[in-house]
Write a protein that binds this ligand. Structure first.
Ligand code: ZN
Ligand code: ZN
Ligand code: ZN
Length: 426
């Protein structure tokens, strides 16, 4: 819009003009007079430095500001046109957290509009950031409503909030797909060796998560992470509930309801209990691995529950996927089972018996025993028993006979024995 046109429309109708567009105009129109007055005022070198500092590090981001402070501040400012003191600030309109303000002079017809948020394609960035932030912390509209209410901020309506969520959803799913494709191609480069069919075999860790605990969740997600890079290579989001389908089932039968049902694109992609969700998700991820990612998930690193593994082990041919257990999870299960035993058998608990801290110690030593005996089953067996005796020994009754000896031993007693022997030799 040219300056001339802008002036005409300003006279015809006073309306909000977006971020700083009118400020520019007012600057231009009063440029000569401002420069003239500036030249008369002597600016101290310290002030110059401040300006230079500001230009080097301009302020960015958003701030929450108390409106009264801003109102009083503008009242102290001079009008750029008539140089009289007293600018009035008023709110023209609001859209969620974004407010459009108008400043006008008390004495002349000067006015200008500005907004408190940066706008991208006429959409205030602050609202998008707010909705995205709420999703990041796993909260929805009502939590955002409460937050804004407590902070005394204006808020988005339910419809606007949902619109933002939908927009973000389409963008995020696109970005996440790109990111996963990138992770898969990184793996191809990392593990690539000339094979006949050029399909790279890799190891992945599969884990499922649900919206709610206790296997009653209607929504869940299964993710596959590369063991080599630690990046997510594929996810499967599953839902067994569709609010629109529910609405349709409750509608009385009519032409309207039937066309509504015909137009509905259902996002429900799973039926059955939440327990089955992990297995179904893992199967889908494995089945599309070659087509979508060019990878063969030949090694499955599970978290102990083999439900996922059983359904995928024959994906690329009979027993083509091998299973590996995560030591951390095995270790965790030792602790969990001991705690279960303790809760069943009350005689075991008490001071000097199977306390929680003792279980933690046993669990840690079990982990050490497994990690230090890779490929050595009898050594592992011996170490696990040794750990039990080691943990139960006391000053009066040391039981370190089975603990490994040497200066690298995990047993402090055996290390001390070695140290004493060395001391005697000296
Ligand atoms: Zn004025
Ligand atoms: Zn549906
Ligand atoms: Zn010991």
């Amino acid at each position: 819009m040219s300056n001339a046109k802008r002036r005409v429309s300003a006279k015809r109708k006073r309306q909000f003009r977006g971020n700083g567009s009118t400020i520019k105009h007012s600057k231009n129109s009063s440029a000569t007079s401002t420069n003239a007055s500036c030249s008369k005022i002597k600016i101290s070198p310290a002030f110059d430095e401040e300006i230079a500092e500001y230009q080097r590090k301009p302020l960015t981001g958003n701030r929450i500001i108390y409106m009264e402070v801003l109102l009083n501040l503008f009242l102290q400012l001079c009008c750029p046109r008539c140089f009289e003191e007293g600018i009035l600030l008023s709110e023209d309109s609001t859209y969620g957290l974004c407010s459009n303000f108008v400043i006008r002079c008390k004495h002349c017809d000067f006015y200008s509009g500005f907004s408190n948020s940066k706008k991208t394609l006429n959409c205030p960035e602050v609202n998008t950031r707010f909705v995205y932030g709420m999703r990041q912390i796993g909260k929805g509209f009502s939590a955002g409503f409460k937050l804004c209410g407590t902070l005394n901020l204006p808020r988005l309506s339910k419809t606007a909030y949902t619109n933002h969520e939908n927009k973000l959803m389409s963008v995020i799913s696109e970005v996440s797909e790109l990111s996963m494709q990138k992770a898969a191609s990184e793996l191809l480069v990392l593990l690539f060796y000339p094979t006949k069919n050029k399909i790279v075999e890799c190891g992945i860790s599969v884990d499922g998560t649900w919206q709610r605990r206790g296997y009653s969740s209607m929504n869940g997600c299964v993710a596959a992470l590369s063991v080599d890079t630690g990046k997510v290579v594929d996810i499967e989001i599953m839902s067994s509930y569709c609010p629109t389908c529910r609405k349709i089932s409750k509608m009385p039968r009519s032409i309207e309801s039937e066309t509504f049902a015909a137009d509905h694109v259902c996002h429900r992609n799973f039926q059955g209990s939440a327990l089955k969700m992990e297995a179904v998700g893992a199967t889908r991820i494995f089945q599309r691995s070659i087509v979508k990612r060019g990878l063969k998930y030949a090694h499955y690193y599970g978290d102990g529950d083999s439900k996922g593994f059983i359904s995928v082990k024959d994906t690329y041919g009979k027993d083509s996927v091998t299973k590996y257990e995560c030591i951390g999870h095995v270790q965790k299960r030792v602790g969990a089972r001991l705690r279960k035993l303790k809760s069943k058998n009350k005689n075991l608990s008490g001071k000097g018996k199977l306390t929680d801290s003792f279980i933690d110690r046993l669990q840690n030593y079990y982990g050490i025993a497994v990690r230090s005996n890779v490929g050595n089953l009898s050594g592992l067996q011996q170490n696990v028993i040794a750990a039990l005796f080691h943990c139960s020994s006391s000053v009066e009754k040391p039981m370190h006979g089975q603990c490994p000896i040497g200066k690298d031993s995990w047993c402090y007693y055996q290390r001390a024995v070695l140290w004493q022997k060395a001391k005697r030799k000296i």
